[in-house]
Design a protein around this ligand. Sequence first.
Ligand code: ZN
Length: 96
Amino acid sequence: MTVYLIHFQTNLHHARHYVGYADKVNKRLAHHRDGSGARLLAVCNERGIEYDIARTWEGQGRNFERKLKNCKNAARYCPVCKQGPAREYKPKDKEP
Ligand SMILES: [Zn+2]
């Protein structure tokens, strides 16, 4: 399993990240994109909030995902947040 961290371009309520895990992250992201994945990301879709995977941890699973979620400070692990606003963030193109 791979744990992934999704960064939103703008805040949704107070959330700016989503942490999940999947066997195939790209496939999972495609589900998020079409609204059949996580509810939080479906709301992002509805509101036109762009997001993309900021970081992945291969070979990790549910326990690590829990740990990250409980930490409530995913920004600490997020390379996009760490770069700060000076660097332009370009989301990758949608997977086909
Ligand atoms: Zn971030």
